[in-house]
Write a protein that binds this ligand. Sequence first.
Ligand SMILES: Cc1cc2nc3c(=O)[nH]c(=O)nc-3n(C[C@H](O)[C@H](O)[C@H](O)COP(=O)(O)OP(=O)(O)OC[C@H]3O[C@@H](n4cnc5c(N)ncnc54)[C@H](O)[C@@H]3O)c2cc1C
Length: 423
Amino acid sequence: MRSFNFFRRLSRAFNDYPSLSKIIVVSTISGGSLIAYPEANTYNGSQGHIAHADATASDGGHALSEVAPKKKKVVLLGTGWAGMSFLKNLNNPTYEVEVVSPRNFFVFTPLLPSVTCGKVEARSIAEPIRNIIIKKNVDISFSEAECVKIDPQNKKIYCRATIDSHSKGEEEFAVDYDYLIIAVGAQVNTFNTPGVMENCHFLKEIDDAQKIRKNVIESFEKASLPCLSEEERKKILHFVIVGGGPTGVEFAAELHDFVNEDVVKLYPKVKDLVKITLLEATDHILNMFDKRITNFAENKFGRDGIDVKLGSMVTGINENEISTKARSNGKTTSTPYGMVLWSTGIGPRPLIKEFMKQIGQGNRRALATDEWLRVEGFDNIYALGDCATINQRKVMEDIAEIFKKSRQGQLRNTYGQGISRNP
Ligand SMILES: Cc1cc2nc3c(=O)[nH]c(=O)nc-3n(C[C@H](O)[C@H](O)[C@H](O)COP(=O)(O)OP(=O)(O)OC[C@H]3O[C@@H](n4cnc5c(N)ncnc54)[C@H](O)[C@@H]3O)c2cc1C
């Protein structure tokens, strides 16, 4: 999401310059913001298709016939933040667009934690992709499928349908592209910690949030059964969150609110047995933000009774217990739990790992692109969002270049052009 301005820029580049021919970019010294100027703008949005006037042989070259050029095919992988930002800003009908994604809706992820405890309904944070497509004046089709392989040499992707199909084999298909936009996001990162996949919840998709919601309610129902000991009830109502990033912190806060606003009324007998523990391997939660935010969150959680254990590395999880190791003294502890949410960050999807290997980026954690979001080494493959990382040129390099040109007198009468970058 931080890169949304880039997504918009990428879409605008497609809108304004179908040929994506030479673009001169000025990098402002202040912050590296970019302004793109076309060398020649061939597209007139109001005209729709660009008509070519050809002289025909039969009339001696006087009559004109209109021939619509073949549309360039843009294939977009993914219907998340990055993919939808690109699509929403793509208004140029001279492209044919095919969207491939296993999810036929967009999810507003910031509200996912609110779905876990019932504050927000799942359907209110999802937007069907076909509702978005239908409003566009662009030729767009959608296939509910996942891309399983990218073949950049032949400009082709291979896909597998993700909806149930009874006829084996028919659900696989290939799609040709002129431009490929990779926006497949990332997957949860377990750091290969034993037992995580089998025993933990994750919070990335609507399904995840709904599973958590069901589990939370079931935990309270189970803990209210008359046949259990107090120790068993405490175990069931021990909610552990692994990872003190935004997702883990937001879930902890939602759960705390749920317990204090709803559980006290709905399950008064067990309300005092609830425990929320937040395990963080580093020295602070929300450590990617300003120190003041970190301090505020840690103090607030302390007052709210959320047990924040800093410097606590999870080493394994079985059906009943979660094992941790203290970074300070190496001491290991095993604690019974009822439910664990694993939210320790993201890693590349198998498709991206495989593609990175194919193109010599195998040692990276995300697809490297240039500042125009083009995958390094390719003119027609773009990557954006959580699956990609931008190799920004350093502003200092631009400044050095400006001074060099200035010394050579090349900036005279070319004010505003500064440095040319060819996308
Ligand atoms: C609970 C939660 C809260 C968040 N809150 C914030 C916030 O407040 N602010 C913020 O900036 N960020 C937030 N984020 C992060 C933000 O959601 C991500 O950075 C963002 O979703 C990344 O967008 P994306 O399009 O790269 O990936 P995604 O949004 O994950 O979309 C990826 C898309 O690709 C599809 N896909 C997957 N595999 C394939 C395949 N093989 N072929 C084709 N398509 C495929 C998926 O189905 C999906 O449609 C939050 C994340 C979560 C989980």
